[in-house]
Design a protein around this ligand. Sequence first.
Ligand code: ADE
Length: 223
Amino acid sequence: MRIDIITIFPEMFEGPFSHSMIKRAQSKGLAEIHIHNLRDFSENKHRKVDDYPFGGGAGMVMMIQPIASCIEKLKSERMYDEIIFMTPDGVLFDQPMANKLSMAANIILMCGHYKGIDERLREHYFTSEISIGSYVLTGGELAAAVVSDAVIRLLPGVLSDETSALSDSFQDNLLSPPVYTRPSDYAGWVVPEVLMSGNDKEIRKWQYEKSVERTKSRRPDLL
Ligand code: ADE
């Protein structure tokens, strides 16, 4: 899978993509991430990418030209399954969306900034608009990193135990049950007895009940 990210802060992606599973996915050739500096596409001599909003008001608006030029160049090189705008007024990102995106071959993630981007781009280029939560970030970069991470870890071969993504919280609309490791007694904090019983059926039953209990109390909307 290939992810192209359009941003005015390319450096922001150095951290999130150079560690752990996402790094491994890239070195194994399972995922390719390409970061594009939007300013490189500006035809303005000062590499300007924003301008004042028509009608006035505070904040700047990202202009059509650099974004259109960058998207057009990418589209001329390959077909994209999705061209996505990261924005707080987008559709709320969730596990089913990550699952669906993980089946795409090529996607573009555009990181917004300032007050927003010229609405005509939203009408003509983007196949979807995604928000990672009901709060406003300083830009779409962290949101694009979150979406990329959630999608790339689902690609076959990225996680060492392939079943581990299937048993994630949310894959079956249930939060995961609590987990424990050694020691079984830490200064009097003991592990639930059933987990030490060796009775597989009882253990699965306990885990399912804990999942339901946790989902009911924390995320009743999932049930
Ligand atoms: N840009 C700023 N805030 C955002 C959010 N919550 N989700 C996606 N993109 C954003």
